[in-house]
Design a protein around this ligand. Structure first.
Ligand SMILES: C[S@@+](CC[C@H](N)C(=O)[O-])C[C@H]1O[C@@H](n2cnc3c(N)ncnc32)[C@H](O)[C@@H]1O
Length: 295
């Protein structure tokens, strides 16, 4: 039990959940409802695992931590700041990543593919030893892929130096400096002569009209991680046109384009895209084999 000022973990979660619900927040950075958002904030600040024992939720939170949680909850509402930026932590493929406003908050459905080792698209017999992650941001895809393919080297590229600084924090934290190479590059610019078995990209793909209507939460993310010109295809088009130079003969290209899917199919009517399906939701991720691309 708690007195008026002291609250238990459970009470704090319920209180925040109610507050978030009443504040008309936009979700989309790791949760999709007020209750989960409250759990994310409270558990992160109390360093509790998501499978915490029920009893722990009845413990009283000390005053200092409670103040911090309430302060962050108020900022979540008044500034529309995503929880991930408040607690500097986001989850991808079940792993924690350091994030701040220099990088997009990880949420790509590509996580599901990585967790399944890209089955059935890539088989155990395929020798995946060279991987490229275009637009690496926090390096979430590069790091998760390097763990899924322990014999592979990964080049993780981004045009943004500040994003690469964040990526470095995560690569170091995962002790992967030997296998995940961070490279500043405008798409393929600084990769001349390199070849990969697998190229993965979650590039910017938000079109001009959508950029103008983004909920406030997304405006805290770097615009360079989202905006991709008039029809959202500025970066994706270059990736499609040039990937075959950088893929080995049996190489595979996997790219998330979200709701730019329609515009992409219109722009490349003859390209045999395979659109992947996800159990946990998400769409607009295509796969192409090198042999399917025009040389
Ligand atoms: C949608 S974010 C993806 C971040 C991360 N891969 C993820 O899935 O969370 C796109 C990233 O592409 C980077 N980017 C934008 N334009 C680029 C370009 N021309 N060349 C390389 N990277 C670029 C941005 O800086 C940003 O980090």
């Amino acid at each position: 039990m708690s007195n008026n000022n002291q609250k238990t973990v459970r009470e704090l979660i319920n209180e925040l959940s109610f507050k978030f619900d009443s504040a008309n927040l936009y979700y989309g950075h790791g949760t999709d409802n007020a209750f989960d958002e409250a759990v994310y904030l409270v558990f992160s600040l109390l360093n509790l695992p998501f499978d915490v024992e029920d009893e722990k939720l009845n413990e009283v939170v000390d005053a200092e931590k409670q103040n911090k949680i309430e302060h962050f909850a108020n900022r979540r509402i008044s500034e529309r700041l995503p929880v991930a930026y408040l607690v500097n932590k986001a989850w991808f493929c079940g792993m924690p990543f350091y994030v701040d406003e220099r990088v997009l908050i990880p949420r790509s459905p590509i996580a599901e593919l990585i967790e399944e080792n890209f089955s059935p698209w890539i088989s155990q017999d395929d020798q995946i030893t060279r991987i490229l992650d275009i637009g690496t941001g926090s390096a979430c895809i590069a790091i998760a892929a390097s763990i899924a393919f322990p014999y592979a080297d990964v080049d993780a590229i981004d045009i943004s130096r500040p994003a690469l600084d964040v990526a470095r924090i995560n690569v170091e934290q995962n002790q992967l400096l030997k296998r995940v190479n961070l490279i500043q590059s405008d798409i393929f610019e600084n990769l001349q002569g390199k070849k990969y078995d697998l190229i993965i990209a979650n590039p910017p793909y938000v079109d001009l009209a959508q950029m103008e209507q983004l909920p406030k939460e997304y405006r805290h993310e770097p615009a360079s991680g989202l905006a991709a010109g008039e029809n959202g295809l500025d970066i994706v088009s270059i990736i499609i046109h040039e990937s075959h130079h950088y893929l080995n003969d049996k190489g595979v290209l996997i790219v998330e384009v979200g709701n730019a899917q329609g515009a992409l199919e219109e722009a490349f009517p003859d390209m045999p895209f395979t659109w992947l399906e996800f159990e946990r939701g998400g769409e607009g991720v295509f796969l192409l084999y090198k042999e399917d691309m025009h040389n």
